[in-house]
Design a binder for this molecule. Structure first.
Ligand SMILES: [Zn+2]
Ligand SMILES: [Zn+2]
Length: 295
């Protein structure tokens, strides 16, 4: 390292001291942001946005504002982690904010208190990999996935995600795709013929991406299926025709798909066939099968 003179040492000490205080005060400002936003203090004081308010008054960057709001929202109702935030700052809690739950926040708070930030990060990462391997979930209703991506693609995705959640970014993409496809949706066609008109067939295949729509299946489709039963409705409605694999198509015609009148995301395989007649277009196959089983 270069030899340092007395003046430089003095300057450095002064700068570091001020910096430490600046960080402490920035931290206190960040903690106030959720309430500043809740009460729309910035608007009442004539600022165009929370960002402008935070930048002009406290010198906080857009990213600092977003991250503060995000992390503090995550740990709402978690008093132990909130205590850590006021003593060690937001960034100390950041790595655990997404994995902590009301049940586990106390343990996380202890870890953050006793480990370095780097150790906590490695710990969380390891836990995620572990749980991904075991197929377990850290947060109820959430699943961790691992994918291999080209770095450029990942970079683009990260930019799209910004400081938000991966789930929201992916949903945005899915919605864009849906909009684009739904834009070209053909009208339903009333018909005596079971034969699905070509434009409707094309639309359904494209929408379902040639995959079975039953949740958790995803096999390549083998049949297009009228969820309302063609013989009953005599209609080719693009919103009610779906791609199914041969296995699930078979189950559907045996009345073994529950919630078939709803959208496929809600379909479930039944253990017992539906005898209440919920499935509208019970066709001959089902009738025959019923005769056999009720015999
Ligand atoms: Zn069918
Ligand atoms: Zn299937």
């Amino acid at each position: 390292m270069e030899k340092i003179d007395a003046r430089s040492v003095e300057l450095h000490v002064q700068f570091s001291e001020c910096g430490k205080n600046a960080k402490e005060w920035a931290r206190r400002c960040m903690l106030l942001l959720p309430d500043i936003d809740r009460y729309k203090v910035w608007r009442k004081k004539g600022f165009g946005s929370l960002y402008e308010y935070a930048a002009k008054i406290a010198g906080l960057s857009r990213n600092q504002v977003d991250e503060s709001l995000r992390i503090l929202k995550k740990i709402e109702g978690m008093p132990a982690l909130q205590k850590v935030v006021s003593s060690k700052g937001l960034w100390a809690v950041k790595p655990v904010a997404t994995v902590a739950t009301k049940e586990t926040e106390k343990e996380w708070a202890d870890r953050v208190e006793s480990m370095s930030r780097r150790e906590v990060e490695v710990f969380v990462k390891g836990m995620r990999t572990e749980s991904a391997r075991a197929g377990a979930e850290i947060q109820p209703g959430k699943v961790f996935v691992t994918m291999s991506l080209n770095p450029q693609v990942l970079d683009q995705l990260k930019k799209l995600k910004g400081s938000g959640e991966w789930e929201d970014a992916i949903k945005k993409l899915l919605n864009l795709r849906k909009e684009k496809i739904e834009n070209k949706k053909p009208d339903p066609v009333q018909s005596e013929s079971r034969h699905i008109p070509k434009p409707i067939e094309r639309f359904v295949k494209r929408r379902d991406n040639y995959r079975c729509v039953v949740p958790g299946c995803g096999r390549k489709f083998s049949e297009l299926h009228h969820a309302d039963g063609f013989s009953r409705v005599k209609c080719h409605d693009p919103d009610r025709i779906f791609c199914l694999c041969s296995g699930h198509h078979d189950l559907a015609h045996r009345g073994l798909i529950a919630n078939e009148a709803k959208k496929p995301g809600l379909w479930r395989v039944r253990k017992e066939p539906d005898r209440s007649g919920e499935r509208c277009g019970i066709d001959q196959l089902v009738q025959k099968w019923r005769k056999v089983t009720t015999f």
